[in-house]
Design a protein around this ligand. Structure first.
Ligand code: ADP
Length: 496
């Protein structure tokens, strides 16, 4: 009984009520507008210089590369023009020494060489043809323009984008550290090395992964109006959406095509409400904050995305376990425990390691509807090294996990609702009764059971949306850095 009451008290603290949702949506809209007016705000609202989204009829052969962390991906994408595509790709691990190379040139020369290998392996005919052409044609790089692959470059590090294929590196993250590259245009760095190898490739677009998701969804979605938002709920969270150029009040450094009247904006919404005006904060959120490498930043992301939910769950679980008033993962009769107490948690359990609990166990907990909770109890044993967990304890764990997941989904709905309202699409007379399409990607939204339906449930109680939530279609979209990047390259090429 004590455990049930304590569990309920914890669950209550993760409640994010209908009123809370509505207050947060208003604040999100305010911060979106602020970000469109000036720099240095909570929501960065970064202009991407992408001014059109595809409609599925685009055709052609494009390339895409993705440098985002441990691997470098090179692919070619054949857009078939009927909402579908074929793709071929190579993936190679970035050698550790290049992540901390002395000069940017060393890293980018490696990338260019991988592009060359890919062309030789998968497009040898075209490649040989280009090489022959090079001898006979006197275009600037020696190639005829129509024989040059347009390539989208997904570069998942903070950049200041100043044109569709131009952006300077602000800082490295994720284990990279090549000071020489900071402040330089990463597209130019790559192009230089490509040119040294005489490859028929032009870096046509610098791509953010959320923008890639939006483009990929627009291309593959059956909705003839395309998609209005690409959102990621994976390790981190972020979204890119289509904004009216007239709402974009801050100056744009580079040139762009203004004929569509729109531009894709990368919100960087992970940092929504860093001031904590409306975000919920429990003592476990505070504890996570103190142990994080960037206290005070990415406050929204820390309550929503995969990298953090497991850690919140870990902190709550340990506290409840240590509560002397309840029996939670304890066994009074246990003789095999080695902690001199009644715990059934192994001393090497990930529960004792900060950031040790993977968010995927929350999906296991959510999915388990077995009367004995067999799958969850197995996972507690195998993944968290909790021996023979009792049914009641597993149930308490499941309820707490659900509360954390539900709060995350309702917070995710806040961002989605604000973007939908900001675009005005639900009230557009031309779209009366039609579906409004949104593309989402990331392990959390893909694997956590009910994440999307909890989002829809929260959209239904949002003022300005209500029952129209049924018109908002949230579709899974993968390969934003492949086909999405290729599509941006195609849009960029059409504007050359
Ligand atoms: P990334 O965002 O880095 O491209 P993913 O979309 O795969 O990669 O997201 C990885 C994050 O998702 C990790 O934080 C991981 O803990 C979490 N995750 C992985 N599998 C699941 C799952 N089944 N349910 C919920 N979260 C998951």
């Amino acid at each position: 009984m004590a455990l049930e009451a304590e569990t309920q008290a914890i669950v209550d603290q993760f409640e994010f009520s209908d009123d809370d949702v509505n207050r947060a949506v208003k604040e999100f809209l305010r911060q979106m507008d602020e970000g469109l007016r000036k720099d240095g705000t909570s929501l960065s609202q970064i202009p991407t210089y992408v001014t059109a989204v595809p409609n599925g009829s685009e055709k052609g052969l494009y390339m895409a590369v993705d440098l985002g962390g441990t691997n470098f991906r090179v692919c070619s994408i054949q857009l078939l023009g009927n909402n579908s595509f074929r793709h071929t790709y190579n993936k190679v691990a970035i050698p550790k020494h290049l992540m901390v190379a002395k000069t940017a040139q060393e890293l980018f020369a490696f990338l260019a060489l991988e592009i060359k290998k890919f062309l030789q392996e998968h497009h040898n005919e075209d490649f040989e043809h280009h090489i022959r052409r090079r001898m006979t044609v006197s275009a600037p790089e020696g190639f005829r323009d129509e024989h040059i692959f347009r390539m989208g470059f997904t570069f998942s590090f903070p950049v200041k984008q100043v044109g569709i294929n131009k952006g300077t590196l602000i800082r490295w993250t994720k284990g990279f550290d090549i000071p020489d590259a900071v402040g330089k245009d990463v597209c130019a760095l790559l192009q230089e090395e490509i040119d040294k190898l005489h490859l028929p490739v032009k870096v046509a677009a610098l791509v953010n992964d959320t923008v890639g998701t939006l483009m990929a969804r627009s291309y593959t979605s059956p909705n003839k109006h395309g998609s209005i938002l690409g959102a990621i709920f994976g390790t981190g969270t972020n979204g890119a959406y289509i904004e009216k150029l007239s709402n974009l009040k801050k100056g744009l450094a580079g040139e762009y095509d203004d004929t569509t009247g729109h531009m894709v904006i990368n919100t960087e919404w992970g940092s929504f409400d860093n001031q904590l005006n409306v975000l919920p904060t429990t003592k476990w959120d505070d504890a996570l904050e103190k142990g994080s490498i960037n206290p005070g930043y990415q406050m929204y992301e820390k309550r929503v995305s995969g990298m953090f939910l497991g850690e919140i769950l870990r902190l709550v679980t340990l506290e409840l376990h240590n509560n002397p008033n309840v029996s939670f993962f304890k066994d009074e009769n246990s003789s095999f425990n080695d902690r001199g107490s009644v715990t059934v948690i192994d001393r090497d359990s990930p529960l004792y390691k900060p950031w040790g609990v993977d968010t995927s166990i929350m999906s296991t907990a959510e999915a388990d509807h077995d009367p004995e909770l067999s799958a969850l109890r197995q996972s507690l044993e195998k993944d968290l090294k909790i021996y023979a967990p009792a049914y009641e304890d597993a149930l308490a764990f499941k309820r707490i996990s659900h509360a954390i997941g539900r709060r995350a989904a309702r917070l995710a709905a806040v961002a989605i609702a604000a973007v939908v309202i900001q675009t005005g699409k639900l009230d557009d007379p031309e779209l009366l009764g039609e579906e409004i399409d949104i593309g989402v990607d990331g392990s959390l939204v893909e694997h956590y059971p009910g994440f999307r339906s909890m989002i829809t449930e929260a959209l239904k109680i949002t003022e300005g949306i209500g029952e129209s939530a049924n018109r908002i279609k949230i579709g899974l979209t993968q390969d934003g850095s492949g086909v999405g990047a290729a599509l941006i390259a195609s849009v960029a090429a059409s504007m050359e």
